[in-house]
Design a protein around this ligand. Structure first.
Ligand code: SF4
Length: 269
């Protein structure tokens, strides 16, 4: 079978391993990053290193109206488990548009994702009974793609080649192949993507609070919340995070590098 494989790469370890495995098949591989404009600068740099290491071009999909910051300004709320428009607006819609722009459909491409049952209890209950040989469609993975306007792409076959891998196997694969590894893992992060993800655990937010770029981001989010409060936004009583106040992470975790890093991703977005 010579059907080209599309691999969405986040800059994290799991999708990187999937890219590595896909390239070993000898089939044409198309890497694509669903760019929210909200990744850590080290993740963007890592994507460039990945492209060079694997010899691939990594396409980027973007929301037409701007990345995460523009989305927040327009939506006037912080994504949460009850209202999580960010995934659809910043990732799924641009990805669907890109798939249609390259005329992808069930007859001419497959998509390989890097989800693993071992990642979290939520993913264990969702993917725990699956194996790497099981096949799905894009519409099975996310109902968003079942919209009538997306009918052509909803039936694209999906594979989860590392669904039953452990975290250790993933890192071993990267080390054994001499591949670059996103430096955020060495700093304690367990996930890579939006920095921060609004649905991330407290531990991840604490790490963001210790990072120079993360501190700029948190400061910006707090100023956004305060601006909405001044403008009488009825959501003014919602803190940046529902259960804890991220201001605590700024005050309790001083960052010695901050003064020498006054330029960060925020400034150029
Ligand atoms: S990673 Fe988190 S913040 Fe980013 S789009 Fe997904 S749910 Fe939203």
């Amino acid at each position: 079978m010579n059907t080209p494989i599309i691999v969405p790469v986040s800059g994290g370890k799991d999708s990187q391993v999937v890219l590595s495995i896909a390239l070993k098949t000898g089939r044409r591989v198309i890497a694509v990053h669903q760019d929210t404009g909200f990744d850590h600068p080290d993740t963007y740099a890592h994507l460039d290193r990945m492209a060079a290491f694997y010899g691939v071009y990594i396409y980027r999909t973007n929301r037409a109206g701007g990345g995460m910051l523009a989305f927040l300004e327009q939506a006037q709320y912080f994504p949460n488990s009850a209202a999580r428009g960010c995934t659809q607006r910043l990732k799924q819609e641009p990805f669907a548009k890109w798939l249609m722009s390259i005329n992808a459909d069930s007859g001419n491409v497959e998509i390989w994702f890097g989800m693993r049952a071992d990642e979290s209890s939520e993913r264990a209950s969702k993917y725990g009974s699956l194996s790497a040989t099981d096949e799905f469609t894009l519409g099975d993975v996310a109902s968003f793609y079942n919209k009538p306007s997306h009918r052509r792409i909803a039936t694209i076959p999906i594979k989860l080649p590392i669904v039953d891998w452990t975290t250790e196997q993933v890192f071993n694969h990267l080390r054994e192949t001499g591949a670059p590894i996103n430096p955020l893992y060495d700093r304690g992060h367990q996930r890579v993507g939006c920095y921060p993800c609004f649905l991330a655990r407290k531990k991840e937010w604490e790490l963001v609070g210790r990072d120079p770029h993360g501190r700029h981001t948190l400061t910006h989010l707090i100023s956004l919340e305060e601006k909405w409060a001044r403008e009488g936004n009825p959501r003014k009583f919602i803190k940046v995070h529902r259960r804890w106040d991220v201001r605590d992470f700024l005050s309790e975790t001083p960052c010695v590098e901050e003064d020498v890093n006054d330029e960060c991703g925020w400034c150029s977005i």
